[in-house]
Design a protein around this ligand. Structure first.
Ligand code: CA
Length: 268
């Protein structure tokens, strides 16, 4: 996938609402954001939004507005970074720019869709109809055209999250096994009623096992379903994540190792 031409970018600062007044705070936000990234996992119950934007002023502005609205923000400056951050944080929604260094937003969207229904809002250039159509074709839930008002973006984010919560995106299903409950819409897992923090991969892995409770899933199948077909790592990745998951759930009987075959979750 070639990198989208830079003409798709319209991030001239003067076209972004409120930017001059925000510039200094934006810089502070950048520094604070990197501190916050380390504490995201322990930021209980705050909805995490992954912002994928290489342009400093836009990323800073969007982060500032989202944080002001109570969201936890993880900011990635490239597609590769975005995919890496997804496995580190319990992301509820992705704001994804199209023109990025390295792999572009369309490709990032495709790779996310290969393994999850995580809500995605794409940032597209004004009047670039083909971008909007392509964005929706690769599975984006919505798009916002640049230059945009941050308030509009926040409103769109809320609308998409509402739709996700009502089950229109994920199916508002709750999967249970013993006292472990997994809610797709909230991307939340509770053990005996208490929420536990899982990374996106651990969540997807548990969801996959619970969806197929009682059935043995091979490491290869788990790798394909959770990481996608183009994942370069080996099946050892699955073992490492299963070990983490078992540790966090503290329910050793829930996920069984079936020697020579793979893993299975207890039947509901
Ligand atoms: Ca960009």
């Amino acid at each position: 996938m070639p990198v989208a031409p830079s003409t798709h970018v319209d991030g001239s600062p003067d076209r972004l609402e409120g930017l001059p007044a925000q510039a200094a705070r934006g810089q502070a936000a950048v520094r604070e954001c990197s501190y916050r990234a380390a504490s995201v996992i322990v930021a209980a119950m705050s909805t995490t939004v992954l912002v994928v934007e290489d342009e400093q002023p836009i990323g800073a502005l969007v982060s500032t507005y989202l944080r002001r609205d109570g969201y936890t923000v993880v900011w990635a400056r490239s597609g590769e970074e975005a995919l890496a951050e997804l496995s580190r944080h319990p992301v509820a929604l992705v704001v994804l720019d199209i023109a990025l260094p390295g792999i572009d937003g369309f490709e990032v969207c495709r790779r996310i869709r290969a393994r999850s229904q995580l809500p995605i809002i794409m940032l597209t250039a004004r009047d670039e109809e083909p971008d909007r159509v392509a964005g929706l074709e690769v599975g984006a839930d919505d798009y916002v055209t640049k230059p945009f008002s941050p308030r509009e973006l926040v409103a769109r984010i809320k609308a998409v999250l509402r739709r996700a919560a009502s089950g229109a995106v994920h199916g508002g299903e709750t999967l249970t096994a013993g006292d472990v409950a997994l809610r797709h819409d909230a991307r939340e897992v509770t053990v005996d009623g208490a929420a536990i923090e899982l990374t996106a991969k651990e969540f997807d892995l548990l969801a996959c096992l619970l969806e197929h409770a009682g059935i043995v899933l091979s490491r290869q199948r788990l790798l394909e379903q959770v990481w996608g077909f183009d994942f370069p790592g080996g099946t050892r990745t699955v073992d490492v994540h299963i070990a983490q998951l078992r540790k966090k759930l503290a329910r050793p009987e829930l996920i069984r190792t079936v020697r020579g075959s793979g893993y299975k979750a207890l039947a509901r």
